[in-house]
Design a protein around this ligand. Sequence first.
Ligand SMILES: C/C(=C\Cc1cc(O)c2ccccc2c1O)CCC[C@H](C)CCC[C@H](C)CCCC(C)C
Ligand SMILES: C[S@@+](CC[C@H](N)C(=O)[O-])C[C@H]1O[C@@H](n2cnc3c(N)ncnc32)[C@H](O)[C@@H]1O
Length: 229
Amino acid sequence: MSEEVRAIFNRIAPVYDELNDKLSFGQHRVWKEMAVKWSQAKPGDTCVDLCCGSGDISLRLARRIGTGKVYGVDFSSELLAVAASRTKSLYKQPPVTWIEADVLNLPFEDNFFDAATMGYGLRNVGDIKRCLQEIYRVLKSGASCAILDFHRPSNPIMRSFQQWYLDNLVVSTATQMGLKEEYAYISPSLDRFPIGSEQVAIARQVGFASSTHYPIANGMMGVLVVNKY
Ligand SMILES: C/C(=C\Cc1cc(O)c2ccccc2c1O)CCC[C@H](C)CCC[C@H](C)CCCC(C)C
Ligand SMILES: C[S@@+](CC[C@H](N)C(=O)[O-])C[C@H]1O[C@@H](n2cnc3c(N)ncnc32)[C@H](O)[C@@H]1O
């Protein structure tokens, strides 16, 4: 499964940012900024953006922590290449260190990060509990991680709208770019993904004493905020 996911994101890398902007009318930037704020990252911190993709959230973290340190981790070499090329053209000194790795086996010591973020990654990693265990391991005591992702809304009208939107806007637009299969993956990934309360329960099992899920976008997505006491 994870190799299929890696291949999907390697294939969509050239148009990933463009399609996110087009398919969310630019709203994905707002949702990502919310995750950065809820991570409680502050100036001087050492942070990690997990499943960083093209680096949107990583760069937002870097702006927030100033002289601190940000690592962007992803296993898609193609999306990491997009992230690196963006920063090369914008900054003299790269504000983020890009690392190609599996978030289920992070190349960091225990208790290493002051804050962490994860945007639209948890649903794709293949082993949610293992991923949350790794996040718990690498966070310092008192640190938080904000995990932004879609899920199926509990409201039946919103759920129908979400499916209509995916079928008639997202997949149809992607089809015109030869990426029907890649974007058709989103719907079944939502069906498999736990809703907010279930995400909170898994986080508690892993050991996060504090775990809260904040629904956003009319319940079509949310931010799970976990804190390691
Ligand atoms: C940044 C966004 C999505 C990231 C994303 C996540 C995935 O799991 C993918 C899997 C396969 C291919 C692509 C992705 C992917 O891009 C959010 C914006 C883009 C979304 C595809 C748009 C979907 C929006 C909601 C279903 C409905 C929001 C409606 C609102 C009125 C904008
Ligand atoms: C939808 S993209 C999100 C990218 C970015 N966070 C954003 O908000 O735009 C999901 C990312 O998760 C990465 N990913 C999925 N499973 C992974 C894993 N096990 N280890 C590392 N990266 C993974 C994919 O390669 C992809 O870049």
